[in-house]
Structure formats: C-alpha cells, structure tokens
Design a protein around this ligand. Structure first.
Ligand code: ZN
Length: 294
C-alpha cells in the first residue's frame, strides 16, 4: 500500500520527470547514442547529419595534431545545440600529402579518402540520414570536398550532400576584428591558436610558440599564373603560417560561435526545405531519359 507521503513523493517525482522530458535529452553526438536513441534522432533532426572533418597533421610546435578536428567538432556540436542535428563521430580522413615530411601526419591514399567518405554518406543514408552536411576544418581538403560534392551528380542517389561555406557576419566580425593582431595568419596561426585556447587550453604549449618561423618563404614566387602541388611546401615548410601567437581564448570562442551560428542556419534550411532533392531528382530524370530529336 502507498502511504499518503509516499504518494506525494511519487507525484512530485513524476512531475519532475515530465518537466525533464520537455527539454530535449537526446545527445547530438552519434557515438553517444543508443540504437533506439539514434532512431529518435533521425526523426528529430529531419534526417540532417553533419560530418565535422579534421586531419592529423603538424600544427607548428605548439598545437596538437588533431587541431582541425577539435575546431570542427566544437563548432558543429555548438550548432547542433542551437538547431538539432546528428553529429558524425570523429573523422580525420582527408587530403594531406603536403605534410608527409612532418611527424604525425596520417596521409591516406586518394582511393581510401574517397571511398571512406562515399561509404560514410551512403551508410548514413541507409540509416535514414538523407541530408548530409560536410563541415571542413582542414584547408587542405577544400578541393577534394568540392569535387566530392560535384561528383554527387555522377549517378542517382536518394540523399544530398552539401559543403558548409562560412561567410562574413557583422554581428560577430565587429568584436572579432579588433581582437586580431597578426599581419600573417594561416595554418597554426593566431586564429587556430585562439580556438584551441578556448576548446582545450591544456593542449596548447605557449612555451614553444615562436620557436620556429611561420613566415612565407615565397620560394615559387617567380612562377607566373600557375598552381602546383608543392606550392604549400614551397611557402611554409614548417607547417606554420603566422607571425603573432598570443593565445586569446575569447577570440577563439567568437570564431567557433560565428561558424556555429551560420551552420545552425544551414541545418534549419535543410530541415525545412527539399529544393536540393527535387532539383537532383529532376536532373537525374532528364539525364537518364532517352535522347530524342525535337
Ligand atoms: Zn588547422
């Protein structure tokens, strides 16, 4: 028999539970979900999954090999908290041949990085995630990912792939721009140092900042009108492009949050919109139809 005081406790407990249930308790990170939770996440996300993409490569001497992965995941997880989407597990297969001379680089072959991404997308689709956003944290993968998106038109598929493209944001840029002090800021430079100081300050080593040069050596600057694979090595053989490195965690937070806000906007758009799917289907209907003379 339930005594009145126990009954009261029971009512209070169930009220607290239902209050809790009103707030979404589903994790957004796929690796943290149970299988039944994943099925719920497919519904709640509208089938939108984001793959935050990093790499394993040297980031000068003061930042960890996985810097791009940390940065991408921080922005994507923050975005998924603003607008719910499933976040794919840590993904570090990308284009990074130009860092093979530096310890710790994991430079997979072209075939493998292509197949890894192709099959990750098709497996997500098989699981009900039909709208896949690639969030690139590594500059060296840019051409690969753009070509991967173009290649989605090679054959019909029942899902869409889009590559997030960050842009200007006056609200954030007003605060970000005065905080930036570097004249040269690229790989492992001011912004990346700031972001890691915000995300994982314990992995930043300020004591070795500035021990190697991040200057542009311009060793192919005489070559007119051309692009070549060795260009990055010609300019920045230390895998560092920067001249000012005072860690500024606030700058890092703003940079992450700016991307997170824009990515949340893209997630929302894909949830509420099927234009890409419709255009893709129309395109395949036309490209597969027999050619007829008019
Ligand atoms: Zn980086």
């Amino acid at each position: 028999m339930i005594r009145p005081v126990s009954l009261l406790l029971l009512i209070l407990a169930s009220a607290a539970l239902s209050a809790q249930n009103n707030t979404p308790t589903l994790p957004c990170q796929m690796e943290e979900m149970t299988s039944p939770q994943f099925a719920e996440a497919v519904e709640l996300s509208g089938g939108v999954c984001v793959i935050p993409m990093g790499i394993m490569e040297k980031h000068s001497r003061h930042l960890p090999l996985g810097t791009d992965l940390y940065e991408a995941r921080a922005a994507v997880i923050s975005a998924a908290h603003k607008e719910y989407a499933v976040v794919f597990p840590p993904y570090y297969a990308g284009q990074i041949f130009e860092a093979k001379h530096q310890p710790g680089t994991i430079a997979y072959s072209n075939d493998l990085i292509w197949q890894m991404l192709e099959e990750s997308c098709s497996e997500l689709s098989r699981n009900g995630m039909k709208k896949i956003i690639l969030f690139n944290g590594h500059g060296g993968s840019t051409y690969f990912l753009q070509y991967f998106c173009q290649s989605q038109l090679a054959e019909r598929r029942d899902y869409v792939v889009v590559l997030f493209q960050p842009g200007a944001d006056p609200e954030y840029d007003r605060e970000i721009n005065p905080l930036k002090k570097a004249k040269l800021d690229g790989h492992a430079g001011e912004e990346e140092t700031a972001m890691m100081s915000y995300i994982r300050p314990d992995l930043v080593h300020p004591d070795v900042i500035g021990q190697e040069s991040g200057a542009d050596l311009r060793r192919l600057s005489q070559m007119p009108n051309a692009f070549t694979g060795i260009h990055w090595y010609a300019r920045y053989p230390n895998h560092f492009a920067g001249d000012f490195l005072e860690p500024n965690a606030r700058l890092g937070e703003l940079l992450i949050e700016k991307d997170a806000k824009q990515l949340a906007g893209l997630i929302r758009y894909l949830k509420n919109n099927n234009d890409i799917e419709q255009l893709q289907d129309e395109f395949f209907d036309r490209s597969e139809a027999p050619v007829k003379a008019k």
